[in-house]
Design a binder for this molecule. Structure first.
Ligand SMILES: Cc1cc2nc3c(=O)[nH]c(=O)nc-3n(C[C@H](O)[C@H](O)[C@H](O)COP(=O)(O)OP(=O)(O)OC[C@H]3O[C@@H](n4cnc5c(N)ncnc54)[C@H](O)[C@@H]3O)c2cc1C
Length: 515
């Protein structure tokens, strides 16, 4: 970066990318170059993408690759949440946390351990910043520009049903896609603004390990970061107003993870109603009610992870006739908004707030917006995974949902302590569970709790996408020993369950005759 560039005023998001070390400077050089000059709009665009997170990037790059004239508008950092404040930095940190934990548990594998193990938080954060900067090249303004996309920095705002304004310039479009994502929701907790708090936008800028960390919210983000910081050595308190952690997941999966958290020394407070935050002797205190008792937890940092709110402000959606509500932009199954020229994709319009879902939705938009396609978002098979240790992954229906639809169901479970490779790896804390149609074996959904659940769930996503049933899983040869054999075991179990007493008797008679 040049001297002049360094003296330019930073946008709020650039300023969030701290510390201003070489890694973060090269990140900013990629995702919001300080010397960038917006191009002159080149007539009417086939597609204007608002927001350069996953959904905007995939829409813009995909459309340009098909020969369309495309503009991409980003107000802060290209790559959006995933690259800058979400998946990438969090998974970088989780890996370091796992290394710390594996070292602690080394003795179980016969690895001699010194009396004390030191862990350098600032090195782990530096590693994360370096990897994030390296990965950012892919989402960079220069790369998108080299693909033929006109990249504009500035906040996009609709000024007509077919026009967006950015930095004083008007971009006319035939089609547009709103992909402005979400940000961390902040609860109305009295005193929280005075004590200060972290969100996913600031937690990855820490350079010192908080000795005590209070995490509010026990969804995927809260759980992943609670475990990571505990493994780094923080005293972690995880508060949730719900009755359990990962409340949307299979109750057995969340129970298993809760027991793992307890073993690792994470204090979980379910049913916590936070009354106020206050300063106490240089620390931050959270006062909460639990089981009608008032409690107090002291922390050096408070991390908010209670959910997301859509980035709608300033878009001037009324000028474009685009309907929205407090959950985000309203779309139909083809991802079209109330303005037939305008589509929406990603977190801004979906309950599936995942990078791979944003990517898949952008592809639906490309076909529907540019090629008269009739692709439906409801046809997408979207798996997800919480990257705790063990990981919790899911695809398709939960048992409750399948029963509510009146489906005749069979649910099969194999604990990982019955899968040789999981036992040998010391990964037996988990299970694989499949819900299938009783008669046909068609797979309806699956939950997997396993160290590599995020990798292993794809086999079931493929099976659901291809309409493959449990019988085919049973026929599929899996290498021995692998943890994925759990799926084959469930296929075998289904085959066995179909062997009625009558058929079994017939088999027995036939085989005794063959003796
Ligand atoms: C801590 C954390 C960890 C996560 N981990 C995972 C994970 O492991 N796996 C996974 O699949 N998902 C994960 N997610 C979710 C994932 O980050 C999001 O689902 C994904 O980023 C959504 O992409 P998007 O394109 O819809 O929105 P975003 O990534 O939010 O991008 C939207 C972009 O639009 C820009 N914008 C907003 N308003 C305007 C405007 N008016 N004009 C111009 N630009 C605008 C924003 O600045 C932003 O860059 C995680 C999220 C968090 C917070």
């Amino acid at each position: 970066m040049t001297e002049t560039a360094m003296q330019m005023p930073l946008t709020p998001a650039q300023a969030l990318i701290l510390p201003a070390d070489a890694h973060n400077r090269s990140l900013v050089d990629n995702v919001h170059p300080l010397t960038w000059i917006n191009p002159k709009p080149a007539g009417r665009y086939n597609l204007v993408a608002l927001g350069a997170g996953t959904a905007g990037l995939v829409s813009a790059a995909g459309a340009a690759g098909l020969g369309a004239k495309v503009a991409l508008v980003e107000r802060h950092l290209m790559g959006g949440d995933c690259l800058n404040f979400g998946c990438v930095p969090s998974k970088g940190l989780l890996r370091a946390a796992r290394a710390a934990q594996e070292t602690r548990e080394g003795e179980a594998f016969g690895v001699g351990m010194p009396d004390s193990i030191s862990f350098d938080f600032s090195s782990a954060m530096e590693r994360m910043r370096r990897l994030r900067a390296n990965i950012s090249e892919h989402d960079s303004a220069h790369r998108l520009s080299s693909l033929g996309v006109d990249v504009f920095f500035g906040a996009a705002k609709f000024v007509a049903r077919d026009a967006v304004e950015v930095g004083g310039q008007t971009l006319l479009f035939s089609r547009a896609v709103i992909a402005t994502g979400t940000r961390a929701a902040s609860p109305a907790i009295d005193g929280l603004a005075r004590t200060g708090f972290l969100t996913n936008e600031t937690v990855f800028s820490l350079t010192e390990l908080p000795r005590r960390l209070a995490v509010i919210g026990a969804g995927p983000v809260g759980c992943e970061l609670a475990q990571a910081f505990r493994r780094f050595g923080s005293d972690v308190f995880l508060l949730t107003h719900g009755s359990r952690i990962l409340p949307r997941e299979d109750a057995d999966a969340s129970g298993l993870l809760a027991r793992q958290f307890e073993r690792e020394g994470i204090h979980v407070a379910p049913g916590a109603n936070i009354l106020r935050a206050e300063k106490q002797n240089g620390a931050k205190a959270l006062v909460f009610q639990q089981d009608s008792q008032e409690n107090r937890v002291l922390a050096d940092e408070i991390l908010l992870a209670i959910g997301r709110v859509p980035n709608l402000e300033g878009l001037n959606l009324d000028a474009a006739g685009v309907a929205f509500d407090k959950r985000g932009v309203t779309v139909d199954d083809h991802l079209r908004t109330s303005n037939r020229r305008i589509y929406a994709a990603g977190d801004i319009s979906s309950v599936y707030k995942f990078t791979h879902a944003a990517d898949a939705m952008a592809r639906v938009v490309l076909q529907n917006a540019l090629f008269f396609g009739r692709k439906k978002a409801s046809a997408l098979v979207i798996p997800w995974c919480t990257y705790t240790d063990p990981e919790v992954a899911h695809v398709g229906l939960y048992e409750k949902e399948a029963r509510a639809r009146g489906l005749d169901l069979i649910t099969l479970t194999v604990p990982l302590n019955e899968v040789d490779r999981a036992v040998l790896d010391g990964d037996e804390n988990g299970f694989a569970r499949i819900h299938a149609e009783k008669r046909s074996g068609r797979i309806l959904g699956a939950t997997l709790v396993a160290r590599h659940a995020g990798e292993m769930i794809s086999e079931i996503s493929l099976a659901i996408t291809a309409g493959v049933g449990l019988g085919t899983l049973a026929k599929t040869i899996h290498p021995y020993p692998t943890q994925a054999e759990a799926w084959k075991r469930l296929g075998d179990e289904w085959n066995r369950s179909r062997l009625t007493l009558r058929v079994r008797n017939l088999f027995e008679r036939y085989l005794s005759w063959r003796r």
